[in-house]
Ligand binder design. Structure first.
Ligand code: SF4
Length: 394
């Protein structure tokens, strides 16, 4: 849903300003997009309405789209259906429309509860309104309620960060995502910092400490670590979509600018609204980019799924690469263990807190090792991951 009420300073996903008529028209085309792919779909385990801001849609359109997914796609009986939203404008009618149509997980991009920080980032609701909103959502008791928080924001100190994490615990949410700020060059946030309108973002070292404090705070409260940036309280939250995508599962894309994956082939739909809608009108799947699988993509999937879970199964990795591959990695693992990033247990590598923080770079190094070991690859054309657990609001 590439529409938002305004452009939050830190965000690299903003595309179009929401306008009622454009949203209605767009929803009609997305519904048609879903219907076009329905015949080819395998059983679907997770659906994610992300953005942008899906909650910018009218209640009737939210109901229509969630219903279309349920009517047209072969959903697994336990399929997770997430609708992502913002506090501002996500009223009771819209929430009920999502739940009545079958959404079973609501993800709210809170980012921070700190009123002053929220204002600086372009968020309208203050701390009290954000808390009251999440309370109301929880009280319905009809879906998993999760929220995103970001650490490393300009002007955010450790006390404010820890208070944010504790607030999620006190609210008894079902899940929380703790994301590291990704400061994109030329983003409005980077430019504001450059101009001196905002203080600097946290340094990498400060971010590492904030990740560790967030992890400790949430796990002291008894929450389960589901994947690098995701925690769950109780049994309701599963966070399927993120985990499946990171593990390389097939993913069907619907909507302008949406990205999908089929058997390792990544594709992106036309992000220009007019052109997307015209092509949908002609029943032409509006694919704009189609990339071949990266080399050794099944082995990369094993690595990515493993580091996301903080647990790399070396038997599986050998099976996905070549016998003896993980023996050849022993000196690297010893070096990482000495640096405090992991520990070995039989045929498993377990990440420490520092390892979780650096998981993207560890995965990138392992990708390079796989390509070098299996041979014949131009590494420069397959860039490795650079950051850790960055805000992936899609
Ligand atoms: S953070 Fe969400 S609401 Fe803000 S600009 Fe990005 S996608 Fe839109």
């Amino acid at each position: 849903m590439p529409f938002c009420a305004n452009h939050c300073l830190f965000c690299g996903f903003y595309r179009n300003r929401s306008a009622d008529e454009a949203l209605r028209d767009y929803a009609t085309h997305v519904a048609q997009d879903i219907a076009m792919d329905a015949a080819d779909a395998e059983p679907v385990h997770a659906v994610y309405f992300g953005g942008g801001t899906p909650s910018a849609l009218a209640a009737a359109d939210l109901h229509r789209l969630v219903s279309t997914v349920r009517d047209r796609l072969p959903l697994a009986p336990d399929c997770e259906i997430t609708v992502e939203g913002r506090i501002a404008g996500f009223d009771d009618e819209k929430i009920d429309a999502c739940l009545d149509a079958g959404a079973n997980r609501i993800s709210i991009g809170v980012q921070t509860f700190d009123t002053e920080l929220r204002r600086r980032l372009g968020r309208r609701a203050d701390r009290a309104s954000a808390i009251a909103f999440l309370h109301r959502l929880r009280e319905r008791d009809r879906a998993a309620v999760v929220c995103d928080l970001i650490f490393g924001l300009p002007g955010q100190d450790m006390e404010s960060w820890q208070r944010d994490v504790r607030t999620c615990v006190e609210l008894e949410l079902d899940g929380v995502d703790l994301y590291c700020l990704a400061l994109h060059d030329k983003s409005p946030l980077a430019l504001s910092i450059e101009k001196g309108a905002l203080p600097a973002a946290a340094s990498l070292e400060q971010m590492a400490r904030m990740y560790a404090v967030g992890l400790e705070t949430i796990e002291d409260a008894g929450w389960r670590h589901l994947s690098q940036a995701h925690w769950a309280a109780g049994t309701r939250e599963r966070n399927l979509y993120n985990q499946l995508v990171k593990a390389g599962s097939d993913c069907l894309a619907f909507g302008a600018g949406a990205a999908g994956m089929l058997d390792g082939h990544r594709y992106v739909l036309d992000s220009d609204l007019g052109s997307y809608q015209r092509r949908i009108g002609r029943c032409d799947k509006p694919i704009a980019v189609l990339l071949p699988p990266p080399p050794n993509h099944h082995a990369r999937d094993v690595v990515m799924a493993g580091v996301e879970q903080g647990r790399l199964d070396l038997v599986r990795l050998d099976a996905a690469t070549a016998p003896g591959f993980t023996d050849a990695l022993a000196p690297l693992f010893d070096q990482w263990a000495a640096a405090g990033l992991l520990r070995r247990r039989c045929n498993t590598v377990l990440l420490t807190t520092a390892g979780w923080f650096w998981h993207g770079n560890l995965a990138g190094s392992l990708f390079a090792m796989i390509d070098a070991y299996l041979g014949g690859v131009d590494h420069a054309s397959h860039p490795t991951l650079e950051t850790q657990g960055t805000h992936d609001a899609r």
